[in-house]
Design a protein around this ligand. Structure first.
Ligand code: DX5
Ligand code: ZN
Length: 217
């Protein structure tokens, strides 16, 4: 099965509720929520208060991607925002163990994200705690960038490392109907797509086509 996670960053923020309803009705599995702090990445987006306000309008799985320095400082506000999963960048913190312990205590799925230059070896100390691995296929910070083909090898390496464990492999950045099949073939379970879904004439069709990639897997 392949899950599709529209990235809200690419939505038309004048019609936020309507945009969320559109992707939910179209059968999107997760709603991907990009949080940026202007330090870890050179851009700002939105935070826990806005996510908490959006929570009641959707039943989708809320997937928070924290592109922030020192993520531990922000965890209390995010665990209370109604998200089901929190993914932090391994480059943003010296030790993920206390972060994962805190998330587990709050029954939130534990995610770890890798920037394009980060090797999969950094995951080894955490392999028993991780629920989700987010592989960035662009430099984090902005939507609408070009997919980095050289990350396909990393997806395959992560897939090999994960084996039959119940860990989801998520890919994020430049995912569209051309690049999604390559990622699924390499082992991705969750496709994050911003521009390819929200800027599409028919978002439902894009979501369906991406989900169907799982049927031939
Ligand atoms: C980039 C974000 C992505 C972004 C993807 O830093 O993590 O989630 O919104 O946007 P597209 O799909 O347009 O590359
Ligand atoms: Zn993201």
């Amino acid at each position: 099965m392949v899950l599709v996670a529209p990235s809200l960053l690419a939505a038309d923020f004048r019609y936020l509720q309507q945009q969320i309803e559109t992707v939910e009705k179209a059968g999107a599995d997760w709603l991907h929520l990009d949080v940026m702090d202007g330090h870890f990445v050179p851009n700002l987006s939105y935070g826990a208060d806005i996510i908490r306000q959006l929570r009641p309008i959707s039943k989708m799985f809320f997937d928070a991607h924290l592109m922030v320095a020192e993520p531990q400082r922000f965890l209390p506000m995010f665990v209370n925002s109604g998200v089901e999963q929190i993914t932090v960048h391994i480059e943003a913190t010296a030790d993920l163990h206390p972060i994962f312990a805190y998330l587990k205590e709050h029954r939130i799925r534990c995610g770890v994200s890798l920037k394009p230059a980060t090797s999969v070896d950094v995951l080894r100390p955490y392999s028993d705690e991780i629920d989700n691995i987010l592989i960035m296929t662009v430099e984090p910070g902005f939507g609408g960038q070009q997919f980095m083909e050289n990350q396909l090898e990393k997806i395959a390496a992560v897939k090999k490392m994960v084996g039959h464990r119940r860990i989801t492999i998520e890919v994020d950045g430049g995912i569209n109907l051309q690049t999604a099949p390559l990622c699924v073939k390499a082992g991705a379970d969750v496709l994050v797509a911003g521009s390819a879904i929200f800027k599409a004439e028919n978002p439902a069709e894009v979501i369906k086509k991406m989900q169907q990639l799982g049927e031939v897997k």
